[in-house]
Design a protein around this ligand. Structure first.
Ligand SMILES: Nc1ncnc2c1ncn2[C@@H]1O[C@H](COP(=O)(O)OP(=O)(O)O)[C@@H](O)[C@H]1O
Ligand SMILES: [Mg+2]
Length: 361
């Protein structure tokens, strides 16, 4: 049986150093939940608290309705997979996977049945007699997963398990982990600093800042398209923040005097957040007038810096689209820049906090 996790105002300190100042997050039973944050923000620290390897300096952690603060690690029924797979080098794949069950003195037939099944699920049956040194990184990661899953944990904690894999394998494994979770219906708490993995794999995610504070919790769509503040917006991908001035009933960029004539902007000055792909370059004299200040070919996309009224914006167009639409530009060319409203957020500073506004056409 899997569990819901309720982290209630949890505090972590190492000596005088506060790593997590008070975190509250609820993870549903059977959910794939990801904690996403920069390196050093306290992700591993929190996982270790949930697993029972770190003390808790304040607050409570519940599995379903049960407070587990004082439950020893080995009684929490958790499977854990780390970045360094930590599989035993002197044991075969099969021996690695059955190790935990043997310690529990489960009978031989039952062990065999469970191990056969999980080796099959994670697709490593054919390597079961090999030593880890004869496995690829991806295969070793599967062994670590099998070893954590074989005991039917109520919760899986995955700590950046794909970091050591090359890009192609990382992409393949993340879909497999997601499939595995669907098949087994288990609650997974995954931590990573990789935005793309988090978006691809999670039902919901929480964004942490470098001080161990959660900034936003939501679905991948909420987080990326409806970022609640500047930190989240910036952390989730390349971002432009455009200073916008509201004056005489019109919005302007920076100190310029070209009017931004979008109907649904609130009557405020503020910062407008947008992604490079939210900006459309055109030669048709629509939108604002700008100038290309840098042009880079990045393979799949053309990356242009555009200057409008003294403000520099990063934009990108798929290379094939740029070719088809005659939008291959050189530096210093003047052109019109059209920004799509969808994807823009106006950030207003209020009591030191940035609030996001979202607009669609
Ligand atoms: N055992 C420890 N003693 C003292 N400080 C620690 C200990 N473990 C982690 N830290 C500190 O806690 C902070 C968060 O670390 P960590 O949880 O590993 O970050 P993340 O996993 O998000 O990269 C870091 O500043 C780290 O130096
Ligand atoms: Mg870590």
């Amino acid at each position: 049986m899997s569990v819901a996790i309720n982290v209630d105002n949890v505090i972590k300190k190492f000596g005088d150093n506060t790593i997590i100042p008070g975190m509250t997050v609820n993870i549903k039973n059977g959910e794939f939940f990801t904690l996403l944050g920069p390196s050093g923000c306290g992700k591993t620290t929190l996982l270790r608290m949930i697993a029972g390897f770190n003390s808790i300096e304040g607050g409570k952690i519940y599995f379903d309705d049960k407070c587990i603060n004082d439950v020893p690690a080995h009684k929490r029924n958790i499977g854990m997979v780390f970045q360094s797979y930590a599989i035993f080098p002197h044991m075969t794949v099969r021996e690695n996977v059955e190790y935990g069950l043997k310690l529990r003195k489960i009978n031989k037939d039952e062990i065999k049945e469970k191990v056969d099944k999980i080796l099959d699920v994670v697709k490593i049956s054919e390597y079961q007699e090999r030593l880890p040194e004869r496995l690829s990184g991806g295969q070793q990661q599967r062994v670590a997963l099998a070893r954590a899953l074989v005991a039917k944990p109520s919760l899986m904690l995955l700590d950046e398990p794909l970091n050591n894999l090359d890009a192609n394998l990382r992409e393949e494994m993340r879909f497999e982990i997601k499939e595995l979770q669907k098949k087994l219906g288990i609650t997974i708490l995954y931590v990573t600093h990789d935005q793309e993995i988090a978006l691809a794999i999670s039902d919901r995610l929480a964004i942490m800042n470098e001080h161990g504070d959660i900034q936003q919790i939501g679905t991948p769509w909420d987080i990326y398209e409806r970022s609640e503040n500047e930190m989240v917006f910036k952390f989730m991908g390349l971002a432009n923040f455009i200073p916008v001035r509201y004056q005489n009933n019109h919005h302007y960029i920076g100190e310029g005097n070209q009017i931004l004539n979008w109907k649904n902007l609130p009557p405020n000055s503020g910062k407008l957040g947008c992604r490079p792909s939210d900006i459309i370059l055109s030669k048709n004299n629509e939108g604002l007038l700008g100038k290309i200040s840098r042009a880079s070919f990045l393979g799949a996309v053309m990356d242009y810096m555009v200057e409008i009224d003294g403000v520099t914006l990063r934009t990108e167009i798929p290379t094939n689209k740029a070719l088809r639409n005659n939008l291959m530009f050189k530096v210093k060319i003047a052109l019109s820049v059209f920004m799509i409203c969808f994807g823009l957020i106006l950030l207003k500073k209020s009591r030191g906090v940035y609030y996001g506004y979202n607009y669609s056409k």
